[in-house]
Structure formats: C-alpha cells, structure tokens
Design a protein around this ligand. Sequence first.
Ligand SMILES: Nc1nc2c(c(=O)[nH]1)N=C([C@H](O)[C@H](O)COP(=O)(O)OP(=O)(O)OP(=O)(O)O)CN2
Length: 200
Amino acid sequence: MLIRKLFKFENAHIVRNCTSDRCRRSIHGHSYQVELILEAHRLDHGQMVYDFGLLKGQIRDIIDSFDHAICFWNQDDEGYIASCKQYSARWISLPVSPSAEQFSRFFFFLADTILRQTITHNGEGDVTVHSVIVHETATGYAQCFRADVENEQMGLLKLQDFEFSEQVQIEWADPQMFEKMKQGLTFENPLVEHSVRVDG
Ligand SMILES: Nc1nc2c(c(=O)[nH]1)N=C([C@H](O)[C@H](O)COP(=O)(O)OP(=O)(O)OP(=O)(O)O)CN2
C-alpha cells in the first residue's frame, strides 16, 4: 500500500546548462509542491502505513529548509555563490544542480536517510520511501524512484556534500538535526498509549 504526504515551499534558483534561457541565467522562483510517497506491506497499530503526523518532524523540517531560501549547485561560479550567501540568510549548497529532477532525487535521499534512522514505536512495518514527486510549476514535475537515487550517472548524493546556512539550521526544531543525520544517530518517534488492545 502507498500513502502520500504533500509539502509546499517557495524557493529561488538558477539551473545552469539547461536549454531554457530564462532558467539557466536568471534567478527565478517556484512554488514547489513535493509529494512524498511511502510504501508498506503491513499496517501499524493505528492501522496506518505511517502516521501522517510523524512526517511533520525531521522530514518536514528538512524539506522546509528550502522555503524562502535560495539554493545553488556547489560547482556554480564562486562570485554567484558568494552573493547568494551575502544577500540571503537562508541558503542551501547542493552537490547537484537544482533541477526538478535533482530536487526529487535529493528529497528521496534525505527522507530515506531520516526514515532509516528513526526508531518507531507503534508497530510500523516495512515502511520505505516509494518515490518522490517534485512539482516545480503547475505543469511540470519530476518523479524519483530508488534506482534513480542510486544512479551515479545522475550525480553522487552524500550527506557531507550538502550545506545549510546557519539561519536555516536554527529554524529547525532541533538545530543539530543534520549533524545527527550525518553521524548516523537515531531519531525516535513518540511512545503510543493504546486504548484498544492490540495483538502482534
Ligand atoms: N525537465 C526539466 N525541465 C525544466 C526544468 C526542470 O527542472 N526540469 N526547469 C525549468 C525552469 O526552472 C522553468 O522555470 C520551468 O520551466 P517551464 O515548465 O517552461 O515553466 P513555465 O512556467 O513557463 O511553464 P508553462 O507550462 O509555460 O506555464 C525549465 N525546464
């Protein structure tokens, strides 16, 4: 079974080397919509794949990092990167260019990392990220599956190659969240009191 949670944010970027002239050499913004699709073959004690509310923790925070921020490819021009950092308190440095395709790849990668490092407490089953859809505009989206994240031709994704500005980090519920992700530390879901007896 699949479930879907929708996230929204506003972000600015340039996507270098693409064919669209407006896109490759002018800073522009999009109202992004991100669909995180999770899959499991059994339900938890609440008879859910994964409680939607649990997706409003670290996963929401990491996606919300991009809200009212500018993001750039770390291979971009040094002067451009310096200006982004100088004039925007909220910025993200990426190991890949910020196309819709790469947004879907790294959101899959980041959500998958958080999910793998999360200790669950409500009988959740084999919950995994199935895919991530990133709508860049009302008419265009990219959808990433696990094989795309692992496809090195599309660019290597490593946590240490992402950088979030100080302002982005201090707005997370836990400013140490990304450090914990990089160190492989665990996140823990709340304990659940059951009012109806659950077997198994
Ligand atoms: N495959 C991709 N193509 C394009 C991307 C992308 O990330 N992946 N990005 C862009 C630009 O960022 C651009 O702003 C969006 O392009 P486009 O769909 O042409 O935008 P419009 O709002 O003008 O679309 P309409 O359908 O005309 O409303 C370019 N391409």
